[in-house]
Write a new protein. Sequence first.
Lengths: 247, 509
Amino acid sequence: MKIVACYSNKGGVGKTASAVNIAYGLAKAGQRVLLCDLDPQGASGFYFRVKPSKKLTDERFFTDVKRFTSAIRGSDFDNLDILPANMSFRDFDVFLSRMKNSRSRLKKALKSVDKDYDVVLLDCPPNISTLSENVFKSADAILVPVIPTTLSERTFEQLLAFFDENGLPKKKILGFFSMVQGTKKLHSETVAAMRKEYGKRLLDVAVPFSSEVEKMGVHRAPVGTFARNNAAVKGYDLLCKELLERL
Amino acid sequence: MPDMLTITSGGDLRTLLRDADLGKLHLALDEGEGTSAFALLDTFDAQVAAAGLLLVLTDAGLHLLGGTEALVQERAEPDFIAQMPAGPVTKRLSGIVSPLRTLMTVAEGTLSRHGLRVLDDNEKTHLRGTLWVLDAGKAGAVSVSALTPLRGYDKTLGKVKAALSAAAGNGKVGTMLEASAALRGEDPALIGKTRIVMSADEKAFKAANDIIRAQLVAARRQEDGIGADLDSEFLHEYRVALRRVRSVISLFKGVYDEKQTADLKARFGAIMARTGRLRDLDVYLIERDRYLALVPEGFRPGIGKLFDMFAAQRDLEHAKLTAYLDSKAYEKEMARLEKLFDKTKALSKGPEANRHALDYAKALIWKRYRKVCKIARGIDEATPDEQVHELRIECKKLRYLMEFFAPLFGDAEVRKLIKALKKLQDNLGNFNDYSVQQAALQEQADALAGSSEPDTVEIATGIGGLVTVLHNKQLEERARVTASFAAFDSEETQAQFRTLFKPEGEAKK
Ligand SMILES: Nc1ncnc2c1ncn2[C@@H]1O[C@H](COP(=O)(O)OP(=O)(O)O)[C@@H](O)[C@H]1O
Ligand SMILES: [Mg+2]
């Protein structure tokens, strides 16, 4: 079981969009996936039509692995389950430390309910700076969507610096370009410059900007289900492939 | 394993589900791929359906519906379970279908399959499965669906179950046996076991006639299967039914007058007599492998040849019986007997005819039970075999009486006593079988003695070896009889017999 976090300390960069479409893509490729919607607003759960669980404001929730597993819902797609949004930041902290400290126990618990996931994907909420460290320690890989702009470049730089300062393994960081618009001169220049600068910290794939991705909110389903040949879908599929190679 | 809901219904399940109150949930059904042909496979006596399953042969494969998971394997024509190609369906069925019964096509028709889902108000799927709509053009369509919840949606399954069982109140949701009967165009009570309705204060005469009539129907249902030689159970069931008829005639003393009793005995006896030899040969052939395993290696070739002889004789006997069953004389005789028990006016009543059934049943059973106990208590190591045979026959009669009148005494309680009796009967039955088989084999050996066929010596040697083994087996069974009866004769069983069957007013003995 690998834990993959979709993380950025910036909002609106495509964390949720990529978490949803990667989860779908990995499941389609035969991986058993659990997508954890850690955003209290429940965006990724929304895309899968899963209602947030009512009981889940209970603080003890994540201290009890059984409760965790009983909150899991099957999506409408094979191999893909969802843990709906349900927690306060406080719970999230507990949850992550649990992931880190007793991953084997979590794994065992999942197994006991007949579910051994290959990938647990975390859709992280924005502004979790105080908790970031837990994410960084728990995850096997941290997928960071980067919109190729100067501002994003600086954010990415800061993330790497944070890893250095805190002695965290930088090789967990897997940046990728998100919402890329090839026609924009700034985009292509930033992409080229960043690739030179950050090398292996950036995946080869670049997910293009596509209005179909925005339509996910209308269809309440991953893009691949309603726009199979869309360029962004191909991007997400490539992203899945590269991610699996890196794990 | 996730829970699962199998819904079987006469008619179209879609309407049923639409009628059920599902609250915020609703159904989605896909168009399906149009209709195609299917065959429903089962044993003649519906062993598959009785186990809650439907075996459906389609262009695509052999499907088993109704289990905890839908199983499928490659197409194969129906056969004995041991002859069916290996696969998950065969594997599941091998624990269900008797090795003596062949699978056969019991209904044919058209089928449509649809994806079926239960969704919430967000269009999120909670349950899904496949809906099979089968129509054999008989008693209307039958729908079967197994709905499985997606992870975390077990509650929805409970809701749908509850809504459906509410709807089931109007008789639309039923068992697989009913579904199967509807497709076969038969009465569900008939494809399973014969059941008789009996009331305590009806007349003994009516009870006897009702049982005989039902057994006649059961016997006649077997005729086609005997003729087509599908499996040996058709003849077996035919004989069981007629034997029951004869038991009623001989055990229900005084219900018919003496002349009537003698006449019926003779007529049913004449029909039964035609079937005995074929049944004996069937039994030998069924036991072929077991017999071969019983004797030492050296005797096996001879035994093998003996069985080849039996097989050839069997074919002759089968042809003879079939010719008889096809004859005008048989048809006429059966029609007369059926009419006799349909009208019942022409039956001459005996002195007990008007007794109340319950009263009458108690007297018969109690008397028979006491007789069994009396004989059994007199048996020890030294008692001659004749007594053991007598005990066997009395037990059999007691068993028949208990089975006939079970509806009057509460099926569950009678079943418990029958179970106790059956253990004793198994012991006595084996004892008898071994002795009958020795005699029959000896007869066969005697018949061979004058023959100059080249295999004669080998076969005779084989028979010799087998008879020795059977004799030892018989002795083993004989040695167990006292203990078997002691087990049956427990205080608890005695008390139950007394409570259920002892006629009121009879002095304590
Ligand atoms: N590749 C893309 N092309 C076009 N729009 C996108 C793409 N990825 C994300 N979006 C849109 O951008 C907005 C923010 O994306 P989201 O995934 O919610 O970001 P985050 O989770 O990082 O806050 C959403 O409206 C989403 O539909
Ligand atoms: Mg988000």
